[in-house]
Ligand binder design. Structure first.
Ligand SMILES: NC(=O)c1ccc[n+]([C@@H]2O[C@H](COP(=O)([O-])OP(=O)(O)OC[C@H]3O[C@@H](n4cnc5c(N)ncnc54)[C@H](OP(=O)(O)O)[C@@H]3O)[C@@H](O)[C@H]2O)c1
Length: 415
């Protein structure tokens, strides 16, 4: 695995193990380590800023998984984002750091920097385009020089979209030129809700959207070529026949991550880029009205310091119960599932994409249950990064999951 020494005390260190998501990641890594696959025995540790809370997390995981050995066998590393030395000591002990400390715009950069300087690979579950793109701009060359991989967005944002598109491209017999994806979330009688940290990421991300535009200019990229017929973007709200409900553009990190992967494959592998638009289903007319009122209020409030303070202090009130400080209950998580459906079009084998209209279509789908989606994904990815030597690209750098893993069998891995 490039220049990173593999003879370190731990294969994986879960940083931010006490967080809402971090606790699921702990359970998922414990389960994977017990069942295989890959390295045996897997040596892993938990890290965070409070030893006591980390021990409590291990105790809870030990009880839930009926694995009492977690309390005695798993080491605890104390590290705080604001104490550089503690991050360095943590990074020197691990081959891969799974960073679950967010919002990443506030806490992520010191961890990326410490990983690169101390030779540990870095994986996160960030869904903030500004942070992800900023890390690429600032740290790609440094990571490349040190042979360290920095792979962001390895959770629900944005593995299903990024690898889903690559899967669709592989299945298509010819040149796939455009894909629209539709996310549909289904919940049980208790409804669906998200955790406060994700809400905070959204509030500060929207408030600072101007900086993202400035950041993108700094890359100095030429626009990706449009291959085949240009796809018209849909309106802000429309009724989707594909998922039989109203839909709006998806505002998460998926379009940004997919675009970066497509650019990488175009520039490095001379592959034909796919035009991509992401939408999310929002339900019926009543949901549209609610969304419109909430959206206008949100857009207005994020512009002001006081507005942001109110939004982040009362997430449940201003998101109409969609996000809360407590996060979703176990019942809500267990009863929530998602489908991400891709509708692609292109030119069949032997036809020229520069001539005429697309003549072939494809539909693929990624489905998942809410329970441990993000935790499972980051865990699988860390196993992949450990067991594949060298990684696909074989030289380190800051990459999207699609760019890092497109040559591996990860996409075909059974769930
Ligand atoms: N991609 C996805 O699908 C996905 C899914 C879920 C979450 N996320 C993202 O993941 C991030 C975490 O979400 P979450 O809901 O788990 O948040 P959370 O419950 O608030 O957890 C935050 C974690 O960060 C730790 N932390 C905070 N400040 C720290 C510091 N100075 N030094 C070290 N650790 C520090 C906290 O430790 P303490 O316990 O000591 O406070 C806690 O472990 C967010 O950015 C969220 O948007 C992404």
């Amino acid at each position: 695995m490039a220049d990173v020494p593999t003879r370190r005390p731990y294969h994986i260190i879960i940083f931010g193990a006490t967080g809402f998501t971090g606790q699921f990641v702990v359970e998922e890594v414990a389960r994977c380590a017990a069942e295989g696959p890959g390295l045996s025995p897997l040596k892993w540790a938990v890290a965070g800023r409070s030893r006591q809370r980390l021990e409590e997390v291990l105790k809870q995981a030990a009880g839930r998984l009926s694995m009492p050995e977690l309390r005695t066998d798993i080491e605890v590393i104390v590290a705080d984002v604001s104490i550089e030395e503690s991050l360095a000591i943590m990074c020197q002990q691990g081959v891969v750091i799974l960073n679950c400390v967010g919002p990443y715009r506030f806490y992520g950069e010191p961890v990326v920097k410490a990983c690169i300087e101390n030779g540990a690979h870095y994986i996160d579950i960030c869904g903030e385009p500004q942070f992800l793109e900023c890390m690429q701009l600032q740290y790609h060359t440094k990571a490349l020089d040190r042979g360290v991989y920095v792979i962001g967005s390895c959770g629900f944002d944005s593995i299903p979209a990024d690898l889903g598109i690559l899967y669709t491209q592989r299945q298509f017999k010819g040149t796939l030129t455009a894909v629209e994806s539709f996310l549909k979330i289904t919940s049980g009688p208790e409804g669906f809700s998200g955790h406060d940290a994700t809400w905070q990421s959204a509030v500060y991300g929207f408030a600072d959207s101007g900086s993202l535009r400035q950041l993108r200019k700094k890359f100095g990229y030429k626009p990706l070529p449009v291959v085949g017929a240009k796809v018209q973007k849909r309106g802000f709200v429309f009724f989707s026949k594909e998922i039989e409900q109203y839909a709006i553009p998806f505002m998460g990190s998926d379009p940004s991550v997919v675009k970066r992967t497509q650019r990488f494959l175009y520039e490095e592998e001379h592959q034909s880029p796919v035009q991509y638009s992401a939408y999310v289903g929002v339900g019926g007319l009543f949901s549209i009205v609610k969304l419109f009122c909430g959206g206008v209020l949100f857009w207005f409030m994020v512009k002001f310091g006081l507005g942001r303070k109110l939004l982040t202090t009362f997430p449940s009130l201003f998101s109409f119960g969609l996000f809360s400080k407590a996060g979703p209950t176990m019942k809500q998580i267990e009863n929530t599932c998602f489908s991400l459906t891709f509708f692609g079009e292109g030119y069949s084998d032997g036809t020229d994409p520069s001539q005429g209209r697309p003549n072939a279509k494809i539909c693929t789908q990624v489905i998942g249950a809410g329970k441990t989606t993000t935790a499972q994904l980051i865990c699988i990815l860390s196993y992949f990064s450990l067991s594949l030597s060298p990684l696909v690209i074989g030289r380190g750098g800051v990459y999207t999951p699609g760019a890092a893993f497109y040559k591996t069998s990860l996409i075909d891995r059974p769930p």
